[in-house]
Design a protein around this ligand. Structure first.
Ligand code: ASP
Length: 329
């Protein structure tokens, strides 16, 4: 290298090294990990802010992560204006609102319901499956029967305004296998993971799934290892986005297992996203996002496209954080 060029390079490199990125800020394709001491709760998307507050009521009093995550996501399930979680959700193409949810605790106990109709709090039904049965997953009519027998509140779906919107949609969309658009109306599961004061992890994930999906379709959200995974020795991960792609790589399990092998939460989420990218020729409409915490309290998140963010609550902070991403859409 000529002396003058070497000098120029030295100046630029020196200047760059002085520019310290802001914590929580996002550069293209790169975000910076968060770190917290004490209890942590993080959850996907902006509705996570309210859900985190409820979870924090449990965590801040020294309560267990499993109680925090259930209480937290029930807030989102309760919100009738939410079109992607709970009974306010959009229906499948036949007009049925079918709900998916799962929960997992620090002892790797887990419960799940899928393709469940007309029950207000699928997450609590999932917890009852975990605690009261010898099974992990109940679906459809069986899950509904179990919920009713165990006294869970029923609800009529779809809501009238949601039904009207679906009827309009149906007139214009005859294509059975239309690809989803990447936007927040279509995909907005709440996945919540938390670490309590004892350093124990739990997680919960609940959704009405892909709007106008085929009747019977189940995504990643109720599948342990896809939409959610906890390994108390290592950490926790959850996912949102196109469930089919997340299932193909056993997404949340992959993230936790990568952390076990030394990846940071951000690196693990990024590697899982890269694996999805490698396995699909056409990434149009294929948004997938992962969010993870490790045992040391590091938090990381990464998605295929920009636009994904998550809500964070700790002893010292309450905020939305942008995830890293591979590409712009
Ligand atoms: N993962 C959910 C599903 O595929 C949807 C979402 O997260 O937006 O059903």
């Amino acid at each position: 290298m000529k002396r003058r060029n070497f000098f120029k390079f030295g100046l630029v490199a020196g200047a760059l090294s002085l520019v310290k990125p802001l914590k929580g800020a996002t550069l293209i394709g790169q975000s910076f990990e968060e770190k917290a001491n004490g209890p942590i709760v993080v959850s996907t998307w902006i509705h996570g802010m309210e859900a985190n507050k409820a979870a924090w009521e449990v965590l801040s009093k020294g309560g267990k992560a499993i109680d925090a995550v259930e209480k937290g996501v029930r807030v989102t399930e309760n919100d009738l204006t939410n079109r992607s979680v709970g009974i306010g959700g959009r229906p499948d193409r036949d007009g049925h609102v079918t709900l998916d949810a799962c929960i997992m605790d620090e002892r790797s106990r887990c419960g799940s319901v899928a393709f469940l109709e007309g029950i207000k709090h699928p997450i609590s039904v999932a917890r009852a499956v975990m605690e009261k049965t010898q099974h992990v997953m109940l679906v459809g009519g069986g899950a509904h029967k179990f919920a009713v027998e165990n006294g869970f509140e029923a609800a009529k779906t779809p809501l009238p305004e949601v039904k009207k919107e679906w009827q309009e949609w149906k007139k214009e969309n005859k294509d059975l296998f239309k690809k989803p658009e990447i936007n927040h109306e279509n995909h907005d599961t709440i996945g919540m993971i938390a670490m309590d004061v004892n350093g124990d992890f739990s997680g919960a994930c609940t959704t009405s799934g892909w709007a106008y999906k085929l009747h019977g379709r189940v995504g990643d959200s109720p599948i342990i290892g896809a939409g959610l995974f906890i390994d108390n020795e290592v950490g926790a991960a959850t996912a949102t986005g196109l469930g089919e792609a997340i299932i193909r790589i056993a997404g949340s399990h992959t993230v936790v297992e990568l952390m076990r092998h030394g990846y940071s939460p951000l690196e693990a989420c990024k590697e899982a996203v890269n694996r999805i990218i490698k396995k699909h020729d056409d990434l149009t409409g294929l948004q997938c996002c992962f969010l993870a915490i490790d045992k040391q309290g590091n938090i990381g998140s990464y998605s295929v496209y920009n636009g994904f963010n998550y809500a964070l609550k700790t002893n010292s902070e309450e905020k939305m954080v942008d995830a890293g991403f591979n590409r712009n859409w």
